[in-house]
Design a protein around this ligand. Structure first.
Ligand code: S3P
Length: 168
């Protein structure tokens, strides 16, 4: 399995969709999975059950998805068991984007409750998460100023190199 991790707006969904086509693997997005499982939007879940409630659904989704390419929600690494689960089931790819790039992409976004916070809170979240992504990652791809296709090609290249290393 291949798990794409990274901050909100780092391109996990766009890249995940291209990657699964290239690899001819199934594709799942944990956010969509949670929305389908609960019949509620992410915002509704946060409003009703809070972040804690959302994380419970998200962890359940992660456990239920057992194959293919998976785009995860930006906070998946908040729960150490989620990171352990991804690391033991597959390869974890961190799509690394700068806060500046993320800010440009998420300017008018109203769908992400944890983005709708003060600038200081966003910055804190970003730097705290960055460490968690780095720790979880098997592969890191810098994504600033690259197209989704270029990012996908780089992931494929790094996956191939990893295979060679492990087969030596
Ligand atoms: C979250 C990221 C979102 C979604 C939820 C919480 C986070 O997913 O899971 O709003 O904690 O960073 P994306 O990374 O796909 O935006």
């Amino acid at each position: 399995m291949i798990y794409l991790i990274g901050f909100m707006g780092s391109g996990k969904t766009t890249v995940g969709k291209i990657l699964h086509q290239k690899l001819h693997k199934k594709y799942t997005d944990t956010d969509l999975y949670v929305e389908q499982m609960t019949g509620q939007t992410i915002s509704q879940i946060f409003a009703k059950a809070g972040e804690k409630g959302f994380r419970t659904y998200e962890s359940l989704a992660l456990q239920r998805i057992t194959s293919g390419v998976v785009s995860t929600g930006g906070g998946i690494v908040e729960i150490p068991d989620n990171t352990a689960c991804m690391k033991s089931n597959g390869i974890v790819v961190f799509l690394k984007a700068s806060l500046q790039t993320i800010e440009g992409r998420l300017q008018d976004d109203q769908t992400r409750p944890l983005w709708n916070q003060s600038v200081t809170q966003r910055k804190d979240l970003f730097s705290r998460r960055e460490r968690l992504y780095e720790e979880a990652a098997d592969i890191v791809v810098e994504t600033d100023d690259k197209t989704a296709t270029e990012i996908t090609e780089e992931i494929l290249f790094k996956l191939e190199n990893r295979k060679k290393l492990h087969c030596r």
